[in-house]
Each structure stands twice: as C-alpha cells, then as structure tokens.
Design a binder for this molecule. Sequence first.
Ligand code: GLY
Ligand code: MN
Ligand code: MN
Length: 445
Amino acid sequence: MDLAYMATLPLEEFIARRERVLSQMADNSTAIIFSAKEQFRNSHNTYPFRQDSYFWYLTGFNEPDAVLLLSKKNRQNCTALFLRSNDSEMETWNGRRLGVERAPSQLQCDFAFDIKDLNEKLLELCADSQTIYTLKGLDGRQQDDDFMDTLLPQFAVQQFTPLQPMLDEMRLFKSDNEIRLIQQAGQITALGHIRAMKETRPNRFEYEIESEIMHEFNRFGARFPSYGTIVAGGENACILHYTENDQALKDGDLVLIDAGCEFAMYAGDITRTFPVNGKFSPAQREIYEIVLTAQKRAIELLVAGNNIQQANDEVVRIKVEGLVRLGILHGDVDELIANNAHRQFYMHGLGHWLGLDVHDVGSYSNGCENGDRNSKKRDRTLAVGMVLTVEPGLYISEKADVPAQYKGIGVRIEDNILITEYGNKNLTCAVPKEIDDIEQLMAQK
Ligand code: GLY
Ligand code: MN
Ligand code: MN
C-alpha cells in the first residue's frame, strides 16, 4: 500500500466537486467558503494547523488565511481563490506558501487574489449576487461571522443561504478514492491498536500506551490523531471522553482505548477494550461478551436498505437481556427497554458517519437531507458508499447499584464499516476483538 504522507486525492476530484456544487447553485449566486484559521496555543506558538474540512473538500489546499469563491453569473461558472501572497521573510520564519501566481495552475481555479484584497474584491465580485451561500463554523456561528456581518448591508441580499445541506449530502457518499484513504486510515489505526495491546502491562501509564499508538500512526505517515486519544484504565473507561491519560494501569483492570489516526485528512476511529494483564476475569468476560455479541449483530444489520435505528434497537435488546441474565438489571426485558433502564449503562448512540471529520457530516434522518439537524431520529436508509462506526458499549460505574464484581467495568468495541453492494466491509477488523484472539496476542509480548 502507498503510505506517502502527502497522499491525497487527484486534483480532478476537487474540481469535479466544485462543479457539482456550482451545478446545484442558483443562477446569479456566490458561495463563500473560508479556510480554517491558525489557533494560538501560547505566545507565538500555534496548534498544529488543521484545514477546515469543507474548504479542504473543495480545494485540497492546506493553508490558513484563504477563501474560496464559487460564483455563477448568467449561467457562467467561476472559481476564485484568495490566499496569502509569497513573502520571503514570512516564509523563512513560518514555512512555504503556494502564492497567488502559482495557485490558478496548481489548484485549477480561474482566478487567484491576495487575501489582503478580500474585502474590496468580495464586494466587487458578488455585490449583485441574488443568493450568497455561506457555511457555519464548528462553533455553530457563521464562518467568519464578524467579517461577513459587516459586509452584509453592502450585498444585494438580506440574509445568507446555508451551503451546508448541499455539501453534507455530497460528503456523506464517499468516492472510490476517498474509500481508499479511509481504508488506509483504518489500517494504520489498526496497527496502532495492535501495538497498544502488545505493549500494555500493569504499572505502565496510560500516556505511555498513547505514545505507543502515536508512534505507530506516525511511522505510517499519519502525523496526527483524528481526535484526542482515550486510554482509560479501570473505571476511567466509564468517562466517555476521558483524555487525561495520566494514571497507571492496574493489574486486574481492563483498559479501554479509543484512538484513531488522521491519514490524508480522513479519520480512523477504533475502540478496543482488553485486560491490562492479558487475561479477562470472569466478570469482565461476561460484560465483554454482551458488548461483543451486540456489536457483531449490529454489523450484520448495518447494510444498504437498513438504518442505524434498527441496528441499535437490536443492540439495546441484546444488552438488556444480558444485563438481566447477570442480575445487573431486574424485571421484564420489554418493560426495561420501554423505560430506558439501559441508559445508565449505555448512554451514547450506536455510531456516526466517518470521513474527513471523525464525527462526519450528513443527515441521520430520512427526509432531513435539506439540513434539519434537529431531528433525533436515526432512520436514514443506509446506502452504498456511506462509512460509519459501530460502537456499542456498557459502562458500569463504581457507584452503580449492581453486584460488586461488575462495578467499575467499562467496555466499548468500535469498528469502521463501509456500506457496499454486497452488505458491508469492516475496515478495521485487523485488530482482534474475540477474547481468545486478544489473550493470544497479548501473550506474545
Ligand atoms: N472517538 C470518538 C467516538 O468514538 O465517537
Ligand atoms: Mn471512537
Ligand atoms: Mn466513534
């Protein structure tokens, strides 16, 4: 497999995406898409730069301080990019820039302008557009809110039109090239988890195992994780987004590892839970087997034509039956499900879309493809080319009123699934999840 760090998509794919957006835009309209900004960590130091996923999706351009303009006037399409100009002093200090001269040929856009001229040129280029499409940023505010708000009175429109629904729907269906990159992200993520299993033993710190995982990611060209790595020993596993990773791993505990690499901008997202000392105790085994049975059943159900909700309903049933069997829940299974008795032990969803973002974009409900993000239903019909995670878990806090042997056990098992013509493909099955396979791998160290 080609593991070059700068692996990306062919330029034609970015061009084709822009054309698809333009073909869906109203006539006499402009779409304005901002790049990510550099974020300061402390004085003079920034966090590693991560491009905005929408901006990347349409440009493949990895610099901050850039804006993409897609415009359609009298049915003529035009693509313009604003970016930082070349500046030898700045480039000596902070790194190379593509520059305005090279951008049109390198990125196949019609025009490129210095970002310093954005204000003036933006008004010139789209003042008479009858529709102006914009995106919301990750904080739910409009991308570059203040800047756009000051310009709004000078445009011909009263308000901006959201571009998100169109792009989210496109991003939900992965192309063959994207699938290759997601597959690679999954494979590299799997290597990280295998190394973690081999290198875990009592008294090592959670962060040491995190570093084993990062070592493996970096070795294969994935420079960054796709989210904050979780290495959660013992009861820490019951904190869903535990990222302190600063405790020693204890003999007799389980460790839950939720880690994924970002490869060529695409995310992997695997969770495995295994015993720190390499051997499951009887109680750990009992909880683990419920989650594993539920996860495998969910994978069987996550195929084209079905939906996440159906699979989750079955997952909930398997878990509640299991918890009743172990004396953790008491009563009639149907009634317990109707009363959400399981929510104290399984408080998240079954999975999420996966792509450029680890929690990727796309509507989860049928009939909400136009961007209604408020629907809680997860009945979106699965179709070929969608990629999602399947990650059931059970988390039994020390404080739960359950038999003592189950207290403090947290288990999650997560794989990444591609919906195919023939069912689905598990992109992350290289990491063992059967108890015997885990114990065997850990015995090899
Ligand atoms: N690692 C984040 C998640 O599994 O959703
Ligand atoms: Mn995860
Ligand atoms: Mn996940």
